[in-house]
Design a protein around this ligand. Sequence first.
Ligand SMILES: [Fe+2]
Ligand SMILES: [Fe+2]
Length: 330
Amino acid sequence: MMPDLRLILSLSLLEGLTACYGCGPTETRDFTLEETFSRGEMEGILEEEARMTQGEDYMDALSYASNHCRELCGWVWDAQTDTGMEVSEMVSCQATVDLEADTIHVACRGEVSTIQDCKEGRRPLGHVDPPTDLSRLGPYLALCAQLEAVSVTAFQELAQQLVAWGAPSALIQRCLEAAEDEERHAAAISTLALAEGCPPQRPQRRPAPCNLYAVALHNAVEGCVGETWAALLAGWKAHNARTPELRAAYARIAPEEAAHAQLAWDLHAWLRARLPEPQRHELDEALAAELRSLVQRAPALLRALPAALGLPDAVGAEALARGLVSRLAA
Ligand SMILES: [Fe+2]
Ligand SMILES: [Fe+2]
């Protein structure tokens, strides 16, 4: 049986709000990064960061990169939390080129503070989040506005895929309605971001497979977990955000996000039923892993976000995620 998301979200929100959690400060800690990249990997990184265009001399780009490491390595992947973290201070950075092996060895030390992982909206397959200082309200809202805007694309693409796979017209219609909701969300959050002087950036995408299994996997992670968590947080922000403008925007968004989360779970059931048994099993495992990961990462995810959102502290974040996940499992 599919979970009743409206009930689950209401119960989780009520439990969290009545517990009166505090709002936690942002923490920083040291990081070290030591890695050897092949020429191909480094060229990929440089191109992605727009530090090298095709045909440009690799050594010139590399010399630029090693002299502007702080700028280039704006964030690092953190194994402890399995997320990207903002580099707030670079203590040392050394890039050594081995011409014979055609590799570059990078060794950096510094301090990280902000987690680069924002569970808002529904990313289309292959979407790449821009590096963002999530601790500041303006950049956070600009990223959210971008994620709301790309959610329009995500739902439109999903509707087309469902048509091609012969899905029930009700599911297709709900995707198209969700796309319309996301257009309003994008406009509302964009207005808030612009008021903070931060226009949303243009979205970027990588090529990604879009077969039924890839879409089911993406829906489980981005929809069932991501949108359900985002819907719960939207409800929280509607109550606790520090400004009336934020509260009003999230009060309008929250019930629609709850409907999108319900849609993700209903899509999950339909897509899962069309997969062969081994892929069904992999899908179940991936969903369970993402739910476990949400509980583990919830404190760090929320700690990274602006205080103006009035989100719960580490204890509250974990309790909120744990309550949600246990209700979903039940
Ligand atoms: Fe949205
Ligand atoms: Fe949504």
